[in-house]
Design a protein around this ligand. Structure first.
Ligand code: NAD
Ligand code: UGA
Length: 473
């Protein structure tokens, strides 16, 4: 196989955009075109003002500035890009199914299937098709069947190349990946040639020994497994945080102590209000679905517990606010600092903030929100989507939002006359606020609920705050 000269990526989201920007940056000889059916998103990727890119990610504007217009292009002409590319990445969303068989657990593969059908319909020359989206094991088999049934003239090689970047650190993760995983048909010469073509793309900046090649099914399953293990660590430390609160132990001290064991390691042991993000929950639910599908209910139950513990942690946090505020938050101003699911991203998918706001609003709280990167429209969409999914009419959801939620573009007004502050996202700027003046501007007793353990509890208590932090007795 000759070196690849043209790549198309279908899906210009949080993965497709940054990943292709880095591939283009590191491979100036490859033409990379990222396409999407969402024209507004493509227009935002083409914005000359780089602060308006659709994905907020430190370091991304610099990478886009270097490659865009040289060998990186964003377009909504999907067919043209498919036709011209030798290698096509599928990087579309694979959310949890919210209808039909597998509702609430299985991955919804309709967007992936549509891509496969479109590629099959358009392709006139042989193509390498790369699964970048996170997919259930053996999805490549279904894609291959679509290709074989639709377009017998063209030869397709299917590879699995799951993405391991985390939002907020995507550019660093892409530049210095722990590993690149490529699954393919290692049994055939054509399969090996396709794998080698993709290895060459990554070898431009990733050392060869960090590029792992496996069978297709191992690659697909490794992605779900990695996310399940990562989420499991958070649920494990969050479970211990509940016990710390009852016993007077400090969860950060426990995490530090166990993390020094080289077999456990220090990363991903930060107790929190609960993990969010578009993938941990959806990928574990998908794993649970697959285990049940393959007749392994005990294995399914084991992994499902990671999600249950996460739901418990979110609920526990909401209840700790209600209980501390004398068992009712009715008519009380509760200020949320942070809405994103973690710092350094504008992404709010499955953010713990959404569920905690909902619980407090059910108890008639007034929720006031400030987040440095999330737009007011996004916050509104998140809550209205949650409520309408639960059967509330669109009109009723709108009314509920207007009554219960106020959004701010700066923190001072958000905090003035509040009964309590809840830290939902660990944005660095919250640490450097003048907490003494915030205290002066709030109603007394003034409460802080630190869902991320980023503030100095003793210092806040010395100012006069009543403080509740995760896993601190
Ligand atoms: P996203 O929703 O941000 O982006 C997906 C994009 O695909 C959307 O812009 C959508 O309009 C587009 N799209 C859908 N169907 C299309 C079609 N037929 N033709 C053209 N465009 C189409 O999703 P994301 O966060 O980038 O995730 C994509 C995949 O990567 C998912 O499978 C996810 O599990 C996986 N993943 C995500 C992350 C992450 O940090 N977000 C990390 C690793 C893996
Ligand atoms: C996660 C994985 O880390 C990536 O490797 C993977 O590619 C990605 O999912 C995916 O498949 O989408 P991401 O969700 O972007 O990345 O961010 P994380 O840093 O993993 O954080 C996820 C959630 O866990 C956040 O809400 C974060 O605040 C929380 N978290 C993380 C904790 O509560 N404690 C920790 O110690 C770490």
């Amino acid at each position: 196989m000759n070196s690849i000269k043209s790549i198309c990526c279908i899906g210009a989201g949080y993965v497709g955009g940054p990943t292709m920007a880095v591939i283009a940056q590191k491979n100036p000889h490859i033409q990379v075109t990222v396409v999407d059916i969402n024209e507004a998103r493509i227009a935002a990727w083409n914005e000359s003002d780089l602060t308006k890119l659709p994905v907020y990610e430190p370091g991304l504007p610099e990478v886009v500035a270097e490659a865009r217009g040289r060998n990186l292009f964003f377009s909504s002409d999907v067919n043209k890009a498919i036709d011209e590319a030798e290698m096509i990445f599928i990087s579309v969303n694979t959310p949890t199914k919210n209808y039909g068989i597998g509702k609430g657990q299985a991955a919804d593969l309709k967007f992936v299937e549509l891509c496969a059908r479109q590629i099959a319909a358009v392709a006139k020359q042989d193509k390498i098709v790369v699964e970048k989206s996170t997919l259930p094991v053996r999805t490549a088999e279904s894609i291959k069947r679509i290709f074989d049934a639709t377009n017998g003239d063209v030869k397709f090689q299917i590879l699995s190349n799951p993405e391991f970047l985390a939002e907020g650190t995507a550019i660093n993760d892409l530049h210095n990946a722990d590993r690149i995983l490529i699954g393919g048909e290692i049994e055939t010469p054509e399969g090996n040639a396709a794998i080698e073509a993709l290895v060459q793309v990554y070898e431009s900046w990733i050392p060869r020994e960090r590029i792992i090649t496996t069978r297709l099914w191992s690659s697909e399953l490794s992605k779900l497994t990695a996310n399940a293990f990562l989420a499991q660590r958070i649920s494990s430390i969050n479970a211990i945080s509940a016990l710390c609160e009852r016993t007077g132990a400090d969860v950060d001290e426990v995490a530090h102590a166990i993390g020094k064991d080289s077999r456990i390691g220090p990363k991903f042991l930060k107790s929190s209000v609960g993990f969010g993000g578009s993938c941990f929950q959806k990928d574990i639910l998908n794993l649970v679905y697959l285990c049940n599908h393959f007749g392994l209910p005990e294995v399914a139950d084991y992994w499902e517990q990671v999600i249950k513990m996460n739901d418990y942690q979110k609920h526990r946090f909401a209840m700790s606010i209600i209980n501390a505020l004398f068992d009712t938050v009715s008519g009380k101003k509760i200020t949320f600092l942070g809405w994103a699911f973690k710092k350094d991203t504008n992404d709010t998918r499955e953010s713990a903030a959404i569920y905690i706001a909902d619980e407090l609003i059910q108890d008639q709280a007034e929720v006031h929100v400030y987040d440095p990167q999330v737009s007011p429209e996004q916050i509104k969409n998140d809550l209205i989507y949650l409520w309408t999914q639960r059967g509330v009419s669109a009109d009723e959801a709108q009314k509920r939002f207007e009554q219960a939620v106020t959004i701010y573009s700066e923190p001072t007004e958000a905090l003035k006359q509040a009964h309590a502050v809840a830290i939902l996202t660990e944005w660095d700027e919250f640490k450097s606020y003048d907490w003494a003046s915030i205290y002066a501007s709030m109603l007394k007793p003034a409460f802080v609920f630190d869902g991320r353990n980023i503030l100095d509890k003793e210092q806040l208590e010395a100012i006069g705050f009543k403080v509740k932090a995760i896993g601190k007795g």
